[in-house]
Design a protein around this ligand. Structure first.
Ligand SMILES: CC(C)(COP(=O)(O)OP(=O)(O)OC[C@H]1O[C@@H](n2cnc3c(N)ncnc32)[C@H](O)[C@@H]1OP(=O)(O)O)[C@@H](O)C(=O)NCCC(=O)NCCS
Length: 178
């Protein structure tokens, strides 16, 4: 298993993986939605605002994850994990958690303060995420499922309270994802 930081040249491969995985797990409509999102995110990879990691087995991409920066008025480094996918035939073998932990460690090396995500608390609690109150860190857009707003400190200690609603990368600036 080979973990890599991916660049824009992998756009097609990454979009293909997300489209296939989300179509299989959530149906065609969600497959197209998340496939398009991942394609747009991959075309914006700059390793700063938008970071992408992949895991390869025998030269083939079997998992991928995006982290995008949330910008606050203060100079704190907060990244949002989303989306993540592991190819259907490789799921339930620990690869998703290993890939997320790989990504979180890379962020720690860059002195990122906080990681947030929006999804299943039962899955993301396996990789250190806990429910996050919007009194501590607000989401960029209005949440339809506030219980899915999750976070963890990457710099030790508790998550600091940050004032104001952050800006997300343009690809996530659409209520359909929230
Ligand atoms: C979610 C996903 C990335 C997890 O990767 P994975 O390699 O299958 O997961 P792991 O093998 O590391 O972990 C498996 C555990 O996570 C749980 N899990 C997997 N998907 C879950 C989900 N959507 N909700 C809750 N728990 C989930 C499994 O039940 C299992 O729990 P257990 O260890 O207690 O039995 C992968 O299943 C996937 O790509 N799913 C489709 C796309 C998706 O839903 N992405 C996440 C939202 S952006």
């Amino acid at each position: 298993m080979d973990y890599k930081t991916l660049d824009k040249s992998k756009q097609e491969e990454v979009a293909g993986l997300f489209t296939f995985v989300f179509t299989s797990s959530e149906g065609e409509k969600e497959g197209i939605l998340i496939g398009n999102l991942s394609s747009e995110l991959a075309s914006s990879i700059d390793n700063e605002e938008t970071i992408c990691f992949g895991v390869y087995e025998n030269e083939s991409l079997i998992g991928s994850i995006f982290f995008t920066r949330l910008q606050f008025h203060e100079p704190i480094q907060v990244y949002m994990l989303a989306p993540v996918a592991v190819s259907t035939e490789h799921q339930e073998k620990g690869i998703g958690q290993a890939l997320i932990n790989y990504g979180l460690n890379e962020l720690k090396k860059r002195s990122v303060n906080v990681a947030v995500t929006y999804g299943s608390p039962s899955f993301y609690s396996k990789v250190g995420f806990l429910p996050l109150s919007e009194n501590v860190i607000q989401a960029p857009l209005k949440l339809s499922m506030p219980f899915g707003w999750l976070g963890q400190s990457l710099s030790g200690g508790s998550i600091p309270t940050i004032n104001g609603r952050p800006a997300c990368v343009k690809e996530f600036n659409d209520p359909v994802y929230w």
